[in-house]
Design a protein around this ligand. Structure first.
Ligand SMILES: Cc1cc2nc3c(=O)[nH]c(=O)nc-3n(C[C@H](O)[C@H](O)[C@H](O)COP(=O)(O)OP(=O)(O)OC[C@H]3O[C@@H](n4cnc5c(N)ncnc54)[C@H](O)[C@@H]3O)c2cc1C
Length: 478
């Protein structure tokens, strides 16, 4: 039997497009190598303890938000709870809370980083964010000159409205806006920009900075039972989801794709790759397809994550998310900041009462980890793990005796489990923006691409935006 659509990779991207196609009545098979869905947004068990592998927070699930729209489109309500504040940012002796309410946040920021321009700046961020999320109808394809022009025309209302924020770098804009800016406040902004845009303010335009700094003004959500459960629920109406099903090679003949998998061959007319662009060429024998993927490999910035997992037993109450900022870049990483997420104290599906699971991540370069010898690798990993553990304990008041377990993952660990070492997708830098980004359609008949290395961006909102765009390309509605 030749399937209509096979989707390789059960990350947010693969799950989203599979769920949308299934909801429209298409024949779909979703294929994932690991025992459970989610990829970077999965939840795994370590000796019976459950941890989120990477992603811990959902933005875009507010009323009218893009993530809410996909769940509505497939008729599923995920088990999530609204969280406010989105993050507590700890820098030196300051502890600044990102409240959703603009006025409350302005009074917070004026307390910790006094400046006369804050009201104007943060009101601009707030207003532009709302204006962006209200706009719809644009799409993106870069498969031919004609499609590029048509995409740009669809994007025209957006460009017209926001053009003054699209050109030039965000750091210059922010510095001009404030007049004077302390290095500490700049680090505060950059830390928040980095976790969304995957680059700092000197490399992105101001509009991308707006969306990065503004996400905390939208409702954010916590996934009960772990992020993996959200991916599982999104795909729960799909009759054919195959986990533990590694795809080892793909051939194409007479417009039919044949996948060699751990559960036998699968043939399909349309293939949607939910794997990273940078790793995908290896599975294809078709020269044109290999060439297509290799063209994008030079865009691999080798940026990735070092992730620390911890269980603590304590009576101390914690917020869901913290960001710790140091004065200098942490050794063997690319960042001064660490994003630390706690499980909800009432979420007994993920941690027993009185315990918290912690997932803490920091940007690192894959090229630091991959060439190390086994002994050297273990040593560096342990060293960074200890340093981050100590930092978290010092800043958040965790006692050594409260730690039940602690271990870490490097880009190599992610390579082993989810077949990718580059994490966080494409950084939305000035040199890596539209129309250079790979789109969700490809020049090859029946081949599509989804996920955070294709349009639109990383994280729930960015990847889901790509899934809707992919549906548009599949339906020819452009
Ligand atoms: C540390 C970290 C923290 C993050 N925090 C957040 C957050 O809080 N909120 C947020 O929204 N986003 C967050 N993100 C970003 C977000 O997790 C990713 O952008 C998103 O999950 C990527 O989804 P994806 O579909 O592109 O691919 P992936 O998650 O990479 O999924 C690809 C899937 O393909 C499977 N696969 C690969 N090769 C094969 C094969 N040959 N056969 C079968 N299956 C295969 C893999 O096992 C994997 O499940 C974070 C990312 C990281 C790394």
């Amino acid at each position: 039997m030749i399937r209509e659509y096979a989707i390789i990779g059960g990350g947010i991207g693969g799950c989203s497009i599979a769920a949308l196609l299934n909801a429209k009545g298409h024949d779909v098979v979703l294929i994932e190598k690991e025992p459970s869905l989610g990829g970077c947004a999965s939840t795994f068990s370590h000796g019976g303890n459950h941890y989120n592998a990477g992603a811990t927070t959902i933005s875009g699930y507010h009323e009218g938000g893009i993530v809410r729209r996909i769940f509505d489109a497939v008729g599923i309500t995920p088990d999530v709870i609204s969280t406010d504040p989105a993050i507590t940012i700890i820098q030196g002796d300051k502890s600044c809370v990102r409240y959703r309410d603009l006025e409350r946040f302005i009074s917070e920021i004026e307390t910790f980083y006094p400046h006369a321009k804050h009201r104007e700046f943060w009101t601009l961020i707030h207003t532009l964010g709302i204006a962006f999320y209200e706009m719809q109808g644009y799409y993106y394809s870069n498969q031919s000159g004609l499609m590029k022009v048509r995409s740009l025309l669809s994007l025209y209302p957006l460009v017209k409205r926001f053009w003054r924020y699209l050109f030039g770098n965000a750091r210059d804009f922010i510095t001009r806006f404030y007049g004077t800016l302390s290095p500490q406040y700049l680090d505060f902004l950059d830390a928040q920009i980095l976790i969304v845009a995957q680059a700092t303010s000197d490399k992105i335009n101001f509009f991308t900075a707006v969306l990065s700094l503004g996400y905390a003004f939208n409702e954010t959500h916590y996934p009960i039972g772990g992020m993996g459960a959200v991916c599982t629920s999104l795909t729960s109406k799909i009759p054919d989801v195959r986990t533990r099903c590694l795809v080892t090679s793909i051939t194409k003949e007479n417009d039919v794709y044949t996948l060699t998998t751990a559960q036998g061959p699968i043939q399909c007319k349309n293939l949607i790759m939910g794997t990273s662009h940078y790793e995908s060429s290896q599975w294809f024998s078709d020269h044109a397809i290999k060439k297509y993927y290799q063209k994008y490999e030079k865009r691999n910035n080798h940026q990735s994550a070092f992730v620390l997992y911890m269980t603590i037993k304590t009576l101390t109450p914690y917020h869901h998310h913290y960001q710790l900022i140091s004065e200098t870049i942490i050794p063997h990483t690319l960042s001064k900041s660490l994003f630390v997420s706690f499980s909800d104290p009432h979420d007994t599906l993920i941690a027993p009462e009185g315990s918290y699971r912690i997932t803490a991540s920091i940007h690192t370069d894959t090229r630091f980890w991959t060439p190390l010898s086994k002994v050297h690798y273990q040593h560096q990993k342990k060293e960074l793990q200890n340093l981050l553990q100590q930092w978290i304990c010092d800043k958040l008041g965790i006692q050594n005796e409260e730690i039940v377990e602690c271990f870490a993952a490097t880009p190599k660990t992610f390579g082993r489990y989810i077949n990718r070492t580059q994490l966080g997708g494409n950084a939305l830098t000035l040199s890596n923006f539209l129309p250079r980004l790979p789109s969700n359609d490809t020049p090859i008949k029946g081949l599509y691409q989804i996920g955070d290395t294709a349009y639109a961006a990383q994280g729930w909102p960015g990847v889901v935006m790509g899934a809707f765009n992919c549906m548009r390309m599949i339906n020819g509605k452009h």
